[in-house]
Design a protein around this ligand. Structure first.
Ligand code: NAP
Length: 279
């Protein structure tokens, strides 16, 4: 089977490695010629071009461009593909993408591999990136079962753990476990930066160790990604932030009231719940 990948960066390139190793014939289209040459040299694709026409014979196409380009790129890509081509994307937010593309392309299934690194570009691509990682598909009521089955087989061949849900459920869930943590972690760093006593601030910087490293990691990441999350998943993120604020208020009240027993109960419940999210 021929599979097309549009956008040969971290995710598109990593898909290329694994799909080729599963015996698929991989065709890559990306913005820069230098990336095409590099992708061929690295063994990510069988053929690459900056011309979308290369994807005309692909039975399935993965759109792996930055999220803001997914819809405009699909609108261009449509002119090159037969209606039977199954198209999917890997964007980290699903509702706006599925809502825009589903009416335009019948055989479209939204997708999101929950795998990545902080690096980007074709050089960041790696083998087995999706192995044992969640991979979400978000078909809606109109998505043809044949398109879902084709993608299901491909995703399972990557060794990923496949989940199905609606685009809205996906966006609410990732806002809780991915987008909210970025904002909370950013607020944590900002709070530490607000210390007005320069000596205390310097001391805090000197003493910061593994606890601060863990809790500040996602807030100290790529600002563009954080803005993208807020922009494309605004409603779900606002609702998650509201829930977070309620919890901060509750903890603040318990401490103000010196209600140590209730605080302990709260912390016991969070300690018990954490393994349900992370092993
Ligand atoms: P990335 O490493 O920056 O790769 C995106 C690639 O798209 C770039 O390398 C660029 O290739 C290419 N590109 C840019 N404009 C293009 C255009 N107009 N036409 C064709 N190709 C174009 O980004 P990424 O991390 O792989 O993210 C790609 C998608 O995956 C995003 O939608 C993101 O939401 C999603 N995602 C990311 C992660 C993550 O952790 N990073 C995880 C899951 C999903 P050139 O070198 O040719 O310019």
């Amino acid at each position: 089977m021929k599979i097309g990948i549009l956008g040969l960066g971290l995710i598109g390139g990593s898909l290329g490695y694994d799909l080729r190793s599963q015996g698929y014939h991989v065709l890559g289209v990306t913005r820069r010629r230098s990336t095409c040459e590099r992708a061929i040299a690295l063994g990510i694709v069988d053929a690459a071009s900056v011309d979308m026409n290369l994807l005309a014979t692909a039975e399935v196409v993965f759109i792996c461009t930055p999220i803001a380009l997914i819809i405009p790129q699909l609108q261009q890509l449509m002119n090159y593909l037969p209606l039977t081509t199954v198209i999917t994307d890997v964007g980290s937010v699903k509702t706006p993408i599925v809502q825009a593309i589903a009416p335009l392309w019948k055989n479209f299934v939204g997708g999101h591999p929950m795998a990545g690194t902080t690096d980007s570009g074709v050089e960041a691509a790696q083998r087995d990136l999706f192995l044992n990682k969640p991979y979400v598909l978000t078909p809606d009521a109109t998505t043809p079962q044949t398109a879902i089955s084709v993608l299901e087989k491909i995703v399972r061949s990557l060794g990923a753990n496949l989940y199905f849900c609606s685009p809205q459920e996906h966006d609410q869930a990732v806002s809780l476990i991915s987008h909210l943590p970025v904002m909370v972690s950013a607020a944590l760093i900002a709070s530490a930066m607000n210390e007005t006593d320069p000596q205390v601030l310097q001391l805090a910087q000197n003493l910061a160790s593994s606890g601060f490293r863990d809790t500040s990691r996602v807030g100290g990441g790529n600002p563009e990604l954080g803005v993208m999350m807020a922009q494309y998943n605004r409603q779900a993120l606002l609702s998650s932030l509201q829930q977070y604020r309620q919890n901060i208020d509750e903890l603040t009240n318990l401490i103000q009231q010196e209600n140590w027993a209730a605080l302990e109960l709260k912390l016991q419940s969070t300690a018990q719940a954490r393994p349900n999210f992370v092993e």
